[in-house]
Ligand binder design. Sequence first.
Ligand SMILES: [Zn+2]
Length: 65
Amino acid sequence: MQEYVGDCIKCGRNIYCHDGFIGAVVTEPGKMVCFECMERQNEENKKDIKSDNQKLFIGKQKKDT
Ligand SMILES: [Zn+2]
């Protein structure tokens, strides 16, 4: 049995509950992200962390000189 529970806040895809299993990750009450967008977001977060570290490193270098 499928029950509609809401939309993905990223791509707007309808999210359904399958036998008590929600096909998405609930990030905040009433906000959910489908697994596909969650994976994409994780990939982007990895990149963001990398570039943030780079910025920190550059900032530190400037401070030291
Ligand atoms: Zn999505």
